[in-house]
Ligand binder design. Sequence first.
Ligand SMILES: Nc1nc2c(c(=O)[nH]1)N[C@H]1C(S)=C(S)[C@@H](COP(=O)(O)O)O[C@H]1N2
Ligand SMILES: [Mo]
Length: 354
Amino acid sequence: MAVTDEGISTEELQLAQRNSGMPLEALRWPLTPLGLHYLLIHYDIPQVDADAWRLEVGGRVERPMTLSLDDLKARERVDVAVTMECAGNGRAALEPRPVSQPWLNGAVGTAKWTGTPLEPLLREAGLAADALEVLFTGLDRGVEGGEPQAYERSLTLSEALDGEAILAWAINDTPLPPQHGFPLRLVVPGWYGMTNVKWLARITVLDAPFEGYQQMHGYRMRRSEDELGEPVTRMVPRALMLPPGVPDFMTRKRFVPAGPNRLEGRAWSGLGPITRVEVSADGGASWEDAELGEAPGPHAWRGWSFAWEAAPGEHELCCRATDAAGNAQPLEPPWNLGGYSNNAVQRIPVEVEA
Ligand SMILES: Nc1nc2c(c(=O)[nH]1)N[C@H]1C(S)=C(S)[C@@H](COP(=O)(O)O)O[C@H]1N2
Ligand SMILES: [Mo]
């Protein structure tokens, strides 16, 4: 990944340190071990009194509900493996660099989430005839763009009722830890990370589109401040490679022995199953197909591997994914103001030792 050497500010460093990425060697596991999944927390991790906590379901519903964690756990239970990626993944490779959480390409992870489906709960609450959107509000609060706010985002009624979204209380068979949203979070497979509201306190059915900051200002594809832009929704395809060989401490350049090497990685898309992964050993000048492997579930990344005959010298390894809808990855980063959805191909400088 081409990144300029322009300085990083203390403010960006503050964010970078709070919000950790997944070390790319963790691509070796189909489910990311707890603690290696990336983290993104806009404000502070809120304090939650587990006994007093309740989920409120209200707004344009016939029967408002107040549910304890035990009430939720007594409902239908599902396990689903989901690849989650921050919409800002890849942001730090853009020029000029949008100043925000400066992700390279590790803002991703795959977890087994356990929870209860959202749709039957909304049906039980009884949607009013004028119901239009469903708003999810977290317990965390802060100020962003000068606006005091709770972290909250909405889904349209059809997105909320498509049967895929769940309210999750466990990750990889462990109760949600504080940083992943204890005691309950929304998980919407296929969508970028911001959709998956953590520390969930309220679900409010609305009769008008939600116009809060995280919907109308944040997470919009735009080129200037005075443009509204299209909303950021589902993940575009991306393949990542487990960095081969061993790294140089400072530059992270890789040292790989000459001869046969097995390159491996994972690929995902929120727009359709992955149908192709290609590998280049010459910086994207020529490409060959990788072999596709297993996925831990239909909403999770798919493994891939490639037999590389490494010749001594300097190389730039790249990989790129294509999904069933025909979406592929660009060679050059697609710029936008917020630095969202940059799925330009990963580039790994490698020195092959004779
Ligand atoms: N309440 C709340 N939910 C949130 C956030 C947040 O700051 N507050 N961050 C969002 C963003 S931008 C991302 S990418 C994902 C990250 O989830 P993770 O930290 O569990 O990986 O959570 C989303 N849900
Ligand atoms: Mo994010």
